[in-house]
Design a protein around this ligand. Structure first.
Ligand code: ADP
Ligand code: MG
Length: 140
């Protein structure tokens, strides 16, 4: 499903629509360069799930956890692997959050070989079209 958004608010709105389809246990992998809209998408996703938590890029903290009020989803775990070396993946404590039905994982700059094969993966590709336009392709 390709989408073209022409403002950050539109990207958030699209994310809120995706949020409405989540059941818990999904892993959402966000691909695309700096400024392509990945973190903006996570803001819309977390708002769409009814969280009041402030979403910011976890570039330095690696992992942010947002509390969600939802019948099936208790938290969104937001990861940014931009500065994470492959060798450090095991130290992140990600195992605690994998395989849980009450958790949605959303990852910027995701590595490929760490996701359990039995968990649903939603892959979303972001690209810059112009100053305000972003192409967003959702693969399910
Ligand atoms: P990333 O996490 O991919 O590096 P961010 O979401 O942090 O990207 O930043 C996207 C930047 O682009 C923000 O400054 C945002 O305001 C701007 N922007 C402009 N148009 C859009 C759009 N259509 N969708 C998302 N962000 C947009
Ligand atoms: Mg980001």
């Amino acid at each position: 499903m390709p989408n073209l958004t022409s403002a950050p608010e539109e990207t958030k709105k699209l994310a809120a629509v995706i949020a409405g389809q989540l059941q818990g246990g999904e892993i959402i992998l966000l691909e695309g360069g700096l400024g392509a809209g990945k973190t903006t998408f996570v803001q819309g996703l977390v708002q769409g799930l009814g969280s009041k938590d402030r979403v910011h890029s976890p570039t330095f903290t690696i992992m942010n956890i947002y509390e969600i009020q939802h019948p099936a989803i208790k938290q969104v775990v937001h990861l940014d692997f931009y500065r994470v070396a492959e060798s450090r993946l095991e130290d992140l404590g990600l195992d605690e959050w994998l395989g849980r039905k009450d958790t949605v994982i959303v990852a910027e700059w995701p590595p490929e070989n760490v996701w359990p094969p039995n968990q649903p993966i939603i892959r979303i590709r972001f690209s810059l079209v112009s100053d305000q336009e972003r192409k967003i392709i959702i693969e399910k």
